[in-house]
Design a protein around this ligand. Structure first.
Ligand SMILES: [Zn+2]
Length: 235
């Protein structure tokens, strides 16, 4: 059965009010990314790392799903879908998506780097990790389950494999990603699927010639176009 693959990035959650490190505002200006997202030094900067991720986690209570999260959830219920995202928020899940593949981790999760003990927050919790030893092994280093700079992203293998195995009647939506972190051109060069790009604007990283259709708009403003594309694809 033909399938639909979504690969989303920060542009998907931007209309919900979540800023990213490429925007210049708020939280991201207060902290040095080289300190709070760095796998080589995070243990040394332990308390500031957790302060930063506690604040980001608490921001989740202030944001809501947008129309594109809802559209992806609706499509996921009707078709065979693979839902890759670089986003660490829980908005796709809140919209009703199951089995979201979070390539860069999840804000609501932490784990012990020694024994892999897991802490899962829900939005009903106060979302602040009060720095403590691992309750299972007593290790000092519980880490946000976010892929830091310099850390291996374990799910990239799956991403590359899935794209390489796509068939020509499959459909790919690349949504709200600059292509600066994940090389979209590389993924599409090895994929046979029809590909659609939805981004706010043209950028230097993405090769437009690899796409069958390009929409430069805020992603919450093109759900009707998505519907049309899927209708055409099905017929
Ligand atoms: Zn532990």
């Amino acid at each position: 059965m033909a399938k639909i693959v979504f690969l989303s990035g920060a542009g998907l959650s931007a209309p919900s009010g979540l800023s990213t490190f490429r925007d210049n505002n708020g939280l991201w200006d207060e902290y040095d990314l080289d300190v709070v997202c760095n796998y080589q030094t995070w243990k040394k900067n332990f308390s500031i790392v957790h302060e930063f991720y506690n604040k980001r986690r608490m921001q989740l209570k202030e944001v809501k799903v947008n129309k594109m999260h809802e559209k992806i959830a609706e499509i996921s219920q009707k078709y065979e879908v693979l839902n890759f995202t670089q986003n660490v928020d829980d908005l796709l899940e809140r919209a009703g998506c199951k089995n979201v593949i979070h390539l860069h981790g999840e804000l609501l999760k932490l784990h012990c780097t020694n024994c892999d003990y897991k802490i899962n927050f829900t939005l009903d919790d106060d979302l602040e990790f009060k720095i403590a030893k691992c309750p299972k092994c007593n290790d000092n280093f519980i880490k946000p389950s976010i892929v830091f700079f310099g850390e291996i992203a374990p799910l990239y293998d799956m991403l590359y494999t899935e794209f390489a195995n796509l068939q020509k009647d499959d459909l790919v939506f690349i949504i709200g990603t600059s292509g600066a972190v994940i090389n979209i051109n590389y993924l599409l060069r090895y994929s046979r699927a029809k590909a659609i790009l939805i981004n706010l604007e043209k950028n230097q990283y993405i090769d437009e010639s690899l796409f069958d259709k390009i929409i430069y708009k805020s992603c919450d403003e093109c759900v009707d176009e998505i519907e049309q594309i899927i209708k055409q694809w099905k017929s």
